[in-house]
Write a protein that binds this ligand. Structure first.
Ligand code: ATP
Ligand code: LTN
Length: 338
C-alpha cells in the first residue's frame, strides 16, 4: 500500500561478560533466549569485556575468556550474517557514551544498586569506581543500539530500570534521542541457583566449581556435579518452601525438557533424589551437547572468529556512532568551528 511505512522491526540487544567460563545459568537465563529472539528481531549481541575488568583479571586468562565467550555466541546459533555479534571494547562508542551518560546519573541512584552492594562485599579489596558506575556503561550498551528489548536474567532487572531512567531523563531534556528499552526476563530459568548453595545464584565467578555447571563441562563432569548437588532430607521430588535445592533442580529440568513442575512431580512420584538427579544431569548434558560440539569446532578456527569479530565491530560501530553523535550534538559539544 502506498504511503504506508512498514512496521519497524523491533531491536534487541544483550551482552555477556568475559569474566569467566559461562555457566548453565547464563545459558538458561539469557543465551538460549537470545537465539530464539534473534530469529524474530534485529539483534545485536556482545561480549562485555569492558564490564569484566570491574573485577581484576589475569591478562592471559582474560584474553582467552573473551575469545571463548565470543565463540560461544556463535555456538549457541547466532548467525553473524543476520545479527551483529561483537566485542564491546572494539567499539569505542560504548565508553564514550558511558562518560556522557554518567553526567546524567545521580550518585544516589547508583548507590541503591544491589549488585554493587553484593560485589563490593565479595571483592572488598577492590571496590573500584568502575564497579560503581557499571550500570551506566550497561545503559550506554543498550541505548547506542536503540534497543526495544533486552533479554537478561532476573539479576539484571534493576540495571535495566536505571537504563530506562537515564534514557527518559536525557530525552526529557533534549527530545527523543534514545528508545526506552524493556527488559525481557524469561518465565523460566531467570534465576538458576548454585548447586552447592541453592540460596545463591549460580555464578561463573564462584570460587567453588561444584556450585556451577560450565557450558563447556564434559558429560561425566556434569553428571558428577548434579549427583553431588545439595538437596534436603525429605527425599520427595516436589516444589516446596525451604526446598531450595530441589526447587532449583526442578526448574533446571523443566527448562531443559519443557515439562511443567506438576508433570515432573508426577513422573518422579515415589522415586528418590538419586534417580531425579541423574535425570536432570542427563537432560542438561543433552541440552548443552550441540553447543559444546559447535564451540569446539569454532575454537579451532581462530582466523574465522577474528574475521567475524572484525566485521561485527565495524557494523556495530557504524550503528553506535549514529546515536553517539546525535547525543553529543544535543548536549552541545562543538562539532565544527565555523
Ligand atoms: P558473574 O557471575 O561473573 O558475576 P554473571 O554471569 O552474573 O557474572 P554476565 O556474564 O554478564 O554476568 O551475565 C550474562 C547474562 O546471564 C545476564 O543476562 C544475566 O542476567 C544472566 N545470568 C547470570 N547468572 C544467571 C543465573 N544464575 N540464572 C539465570 N540467568 C543468569
Ligand atoms: N551487566 C550484565 C552484562 C551486560 C549487559 C549489557 C546485559 C553488560 N552490558 C547490556 C544486557 C545489556 C550482566 O549480566 N552482568
Amino acid at each position: 500500500m502506498e504511503n504506508q511505512t512498514p512496521e519497524r522491526k523491533k531491536k534487541i540487544l544483550s551482552c555477556i561478560q568475559s569474566s569467566g567460563i559461562p555457566t548453565l545459568g547464563n545459558y538458561l537465563g539469557a543465551l538460549k533466549n537470545w537465539n530464539l529472539l534473534a530469529q524474530e528481531f534485529d539483534g545485536a549481541f556482545a561480549v562485555a569485556d569492558l564490564h569484566a575488568i570491574t573485577v581484576r583479571q589475569n591478562p592471559a586468562e582474560f584474553r582467552q575468556h573473551t575469545k571463548e565467550v565470543f565463540a560461544l555466541l556463535l555456538a549457541i546459533g547466532l548467525d553473524p550474517e543476520k545479527s551483529v555479534v561483537f566485542i564491546q571494547s572494539q567499539v569505542p562508542q560504548h565508553a564514550q557514551l558511558a562518560w556522557v551518560l554518567s553526567c546524567y546519573t545521580q550518585f544516589g541512584e547508583m548507590s541503591r544498586m544491589t549488585q554493587f552492594k553484593d560485589k563490593s562485599a565479595s571483592h572488598a579489596d577492590n571496590v573500584n569506581v568502575g564497579l560503581f558506575t557499571y550500570p551506566v556503561l550497561m545503559a550506554a550498551d543498550i541505548l547506542l543500539y536503540q534497543a526495544d528489548l533486552v533479554p537478561v536474567g532476573a539479576d539484571q532487572k534493576q540495571h535495566l530500570e536505571i537504563a530506562r531512567d537515564i534514557a527518559s531523563r536525557f530525552n526529557g531534556i533534549y527530545g527523543n534521542v534514545f528508545t526506552i528499552p524493556d527488559a525481557y526476563i524469561p518465565k523460566q530459568g531467570a534465576r538458576i541457583m548454585s548447586l552447592a548453595d541453592p540460596t545463591k545464584k549460580m555464578s561463573k565467578s564462584d570460587p567453588n566449581p561444584k556450585g556451577y555447571i560450565s557450558i563447556f563441562d564434559k558429560p561425566d563432569v556434569i553428571m558428577k556435579k548434579f549427583k553431588s548437588a545439595v538437596t534436603d532430607s525429605e527425599a520427595h521430588v516436589a516444589v516446596g518452601e525451604g526446598k531450595d535445592g530441589v526447587n532449583n533442580l526442578i526448574g533446571i529440568y523443566s527448562c531443559c525438557t519443557g515439562l511443567t513442575a506438576e508433570q515432573i512431580e508426577h513422573d518422579f512420584e515415589g522415586k528418590g533424589y538419586g534417580d531425579f538427579k541423574a535425570a536432570v544431569g542427563e537432560a542438561v548434558i543433552e541440552q548443552l551437547r550441540p553447543v559444546r560440539e559447535k564451540y569446539e569446532l569454532l575454537m579451532a578456527d581462530g582466523a574465522y572468529l577474528n574475521d567475524v569479530a572484525k566485521k561485527g565491530a565495524q557494523t556495530a560501530s557504524h550503528i553506535a556512532e549514529r546515536t553517539l553523535s546525535k547525543a553529543m550534538k544535543k548536549v552541545g559539544f562543538l562539532q565544527e568551528i565555523k
